[in-house]
Write a protein that binds this ligand. Structure first.
Ligand code: ACO
Length: 323
């Protein structure tokens, strides 16, 4: 059987860094409150940088670290819930931005699970023999869909983009399990598109991101271990055979709760949300890139990637690291 493998990683975050103390100067919050409940210390916020701009930067970064030329890329999938506009899609803008003229391009929205969902599509294209090489990007400007007057949500998120190249050959992306529960849609939603409202009056009517934080916590604490167990069962692996668990970076307490349920040490659950906040579909590829850059991932090591988010949606993959 043809296998699909991640062969390069890249990332981009906007220049503007906003610390918890910066937020405490403009709203009634504190570093202590945010850090103790979420693990977040700072985040990057896009100022004059769009989702497509960040996606192009991450795409150029991953390309420069790969052995591929732009014209060798056969497909581009951008996972995003915060595109610049409805169409053209972000992936077409990436294609134009990096000169990947032979790629077909589309976006995929599964909120914070978007990267995992996109990875499953890319894996399918390659394993079926339809295509040999593609790019998957997670890119978000969550800062434009949160209400900056609503301290219980705006402090949680950050902007950024992460990208991987997926190619045919070698051991790589193993079993994946995806899921969704549309009944949970109200728990985390953003129903009106601020991206379509440019005038002041329309913006006043924007329905920003809403979240029932405790319900999201319960959902993640239940569903993430379950989907990871499902992947491990398919692979015939025990939790201790996994080198690192790379989870969507929503909240350090969620990650700790998953680690406890898996009876695995927290050291196996890398965290970078202290510096980036929750970047939704970008969080897993940004973290993967950082871990790869710092040499934290060993070739042949088995990883679990797991995402969860609005929809409700979730997904997990076993990846044998082999770059
Ligand atoms: N600073 C200071 N006080 C705050 C802040 C803030 N930023 N936000 C809320 N508070 C106050 C509230 O006003 C409330 O005060 P009150 O008791 O006087 O009314 C108090 O803190 C508790 O508010 P809750 O909303 O009940 O806060 P909670 O303890 O549930 O913590 C949190 C909120 C951290 C979001 C928690 O619910 C959680 O960990 N949820 C997990 C979900 C999550 O992390 N989602 C991220 C995005 S979703 C995703 O990626 C899939």
């Amino acid at each position: 059987m043809i296998a699909a493998r991640i062969t390069a990683t890249g990332a981009y975050v906007p220049e503007r860094k906003v610390t918890n103390d910066d937020l405490a100067r403009v709203m009634d919050t504190s570093d202590e409150w945010i850090r103790s409940r979420t693990g977040i210390g700072s985040r990057h916020v896009a100022v004059g940088e769009s989702t497509s701009h960040m996606a192009v930067k991450a795409a150029a970064d991953v390309l420069s670290r790969s052995g591929c030329r732009a014209e060798d890329i056969q497909f581009i999938i951008v996972a995003t819930g915060t595109p610049d506009h409805l169409f053209p899609n972000m992936a077409c803008l990436v294609q134009e931005g990096i000169g990947a003229s032979h790629a077909f391009c589309f976006d995929l929205n599964a909120a914070c699970s978007g990267f995992l969902y996109s990875l499953s599509v890319a894996k399918g294209y390659i394993e079926s023999g339809m295509y040999e090489r593609g790019m998957v990007i997670g890119a978000e400007t969550i800062s434009k869909v949160v209400d900056w007057k609503e301290r219980s949500t705006c402090v949680l998120f950050g902007d950024g983009a992460g990208a991987v190249i997926i190619e045919k050959g070698g051991r790589g992306i193993g079993s994946m399990v995806m899921g969704a529960d549309g009944k949970g849609g109200e728990v985390l939603r953003c129903s009106s598109s601020s991206i379509l409202c440019h005038d002041e009056e329309s913006r006043r009517k924007i329905d920003y991101l809403h979240m029932d934080g405790q319900e999201v916590f319960r959902f993640a604490a239940r569903q993430v271990p379950a989907v990871i167990e499902a992947v491990l069962e398919k692979e015939g692996l025990e939790p201790d055979q996994i080198g690192h668990y790379i989870l969507h970076q929503a909240n350090e307490r969620i990650i700790a709760s998953v680690a406890r349920k898996m009876k695995e040490p927290m050291e196996k659950f890398p965290v970078n949300l202290d510096r980036y906040g929750n970047t939704s579909s970008a969080s897993i590829p940004i973290l993967l890139h950082e871990l790869h850059q710092t040499g934290a991932l060993k070739n042949g090591e088995k990883l679990i990637l797991a995402g969860f988010g609005a929809g409700l949606t979730w997904g997990a993959a076993m990846v044998e690291w082999n770059i």
